[in-house]
Design a binder for this molecule. Structure first.
Ligand code: DC
Length: 483
């Protein structure tokens, strides 16, 4: 192998994707011969240099290792937690090599996690196309009815755009206050099981994964792990081979890669129309975060609150978010926003919304909601601070802009078509005032994220901009993976 780029080598060794390996380097988590290397593009001699990630050796000579772990509650599936909470790697300290896991379990869940430094196998086992069964034992509060079981089996709309596939559900035990179920799914959307039960109004008390494909947790105690035997690895490979498509290829479709695309920019730069169309073309979900700020404004006006009063806006936005998280499903909430779209895009709301969005507490309250909507990936999200604050980890970021005259003219035509009697001058004033407040406010002002791609839409029509963006997305995706 000799000399090669550091990030390329790490990716080849299965540490992570090339992009994420670059981030590991810039985050200062990679050492070469004991010295932290943060410069991208550095070359290493993979035969001679000692390369470490998070103090674990990565070498082309190390053996392939396969581990199954019984993750206890309270441990995170991550290589690195910025808040210093315990991670599964704290349980695997004795293993000196850099292992990756397939299929995350959230903090409160326990059970089977599979880890290996075999990059190829990790890709195979975690790929959605493989449709590998995962078995979960779930204890929920309350009595699960026959109708609930039917709904779970049939599929649950866990986001406005995604309904789970039919799955197997078995009611194992009915207690007076709780129910114990076994559920077998072959998808792996983030927090899928939790969302499925939340949709039906059940609180999950315990969630344990017991099987992934042919791997079983058996009698491993929480916190314990064991290495797979050679024979088991062979069986696992055989099992996975059979799950490949006819040519033996792993085929990625755009729906399954979980790409997060952000579009930020000033008012009337064309974000909404472009984001919606782009999402449609990619088969992605479309999320308009401006509508959340607009909804808070709409409610504030309906309740005759003062949009300049931070405390009132804090209470209102908290109330809305709590209701949404605890009582309402995604589906109902987003459908509700869609049903009042005319109302929340009225000139009155246009005029007031920036005052509401300016309050740090409102922004803070709305962020978790936005992240929940984004978390499953395969989304185009638009707003003002998505690439900078809400999803700084996004895969691809765009910043759309246009000169003020063009933007005012677009908004003027749009409102005129809707029948509003409003002058061009008034709109120009409103846009200029919103630009001012949105980009000068202290909390998450409108700025272009450093890594965002700037597109000026002034002299371009919608399809030209979309063409341009699609080209960039395809290039990013890589020809081979694009379908
Ligand atoms: O994109 P829009 O015009 O519908 O957004 C309405 C307002 O909401 C905008 O003036 C600023 C605010 N907003 C925000 O501050 N942060 C976001 N992520 C989205 C919108």
């Amino acid at each position: 192998m000799g000399k090669m780029r550091l990030h390329k080598f790490l990716a080849q060794m299965g540490v992570d994707s090339r992009r994420k390996c670059e981030k590991l380097i810039t985050d200062g988590r990679v050492k070469v011969n004991g010295i932290i290397v943060t410069k991208l593009g550095s070359e290493v001699d993979v035969d001679k240099d000692r390369i470490e990630v998070d103090e674990q050796v990565v070498s082309k000579n190390i053996p392939k290792i396969y581990v199954i772990l019984n993750k206890p509650k309270g441990f995170l599936c991550t290589h690195h937690d910025p808040f210093g909470r315990p991670t599964i790697y704290d349980l695997l300290k004795k293993i000196r090599y850099k292992l990756n896991y397939a299929g995350r379990l959230d903090l409160e869940s326990e059970g089977l996690v599979f880890l290996t430094n075999d990059g190829e196998l990790i890709n195979h086992i975690s790929h959605p196309k493989k449709e590998i069964n995962k078995v979960y034992i779930v204890k929920v509060k309350g009595q699960v009815s026959d109708n609930n079981l039917k709904q779970l089996k049939k599929g649950i709309p866990i986001t406005p755009f995604f309904t789970t596939n039919p799955c197997q559900v078995i009611l194992l035990k009915k207690y007076r206050n709780n129910s114990l179920l076994k559920i077998i799914i072959s998808e792996g959307k983030k927090r899928q099981i939790r969302k499925m039960f939340a949709y039906l109004g059940f609180q999950i008390l315990e969630l344990k994964r017991t099987e992934i494909g042919i791997l079983k947790i058996d009698d491993l105690k929480p916190g314990q792990y064991r290495f797979l035997k050679e024979k088991e690895v062979k069986e696992l490979n055989n099992f996975l081979e059979n799950k490949q498509d006819k040519k033996g290829n792993i085929v990625l479709s755009n729906k399954e890669t979980g790409l997060i695309i952000t579009i930020d920019g000033p008012a009337a730069a064309g974000k909404s129309t472009i984001a919606r169309e782009l999402a449609l073309k990619l088969g992605f979900n479309y999320i308009n975060t401006g509508d959340l700020y607009r909804y808070v404004t709409y409610r504030a006006m309906a309740e005759k609150l003062d949009v300049n009063k931070a405390q009132e806006m804090n209470n209102l936005s908290r109330k809305i978010v709590n209701k949404y998280i605890n009582e309402t499903s995604y589906h109902d909430f987003v459908s509700h926003l869609q049903s009042i779209t005319e109302k929340i895009h009225s000139p009155e709301i246009n005029e007031k919304v920036s005052f509401v969005a300016r309050h740090p507490s409102v922004r803070k309250n709305l962020i978790p909601l936005q992240r929940i909507l984004i978390q499953d990936g395969s989304v185009v999200v638009e707003g003002r601070d998505i690439g900078t604050v809400v999803a700084p980890y996004a895969d691809l970021k765009f910043f759309l802009t246009a000169d003020q005259y063009t933007r005012a003219m677009r908004r003027f035509k749009e409102l005129r078509d809707k029948g509003y009697d409003i002058s061009f001058q008034e709109i120009e004033k409103e846009i200029s005032s919103r630009d001012h407040i949105d980009s000068r406010r202290k909390a998450a002002p409108l700025v272009k994220s450093e890594d965002a791609i700037l597109i000026n839409t002034s002299n371009k029509n919608i399809s030209q901009v979309i063409e341009e963006m699609l080209k960039i997305i395809k290039k990013f995706y890589g020809k081979n993976k694009w379908k």
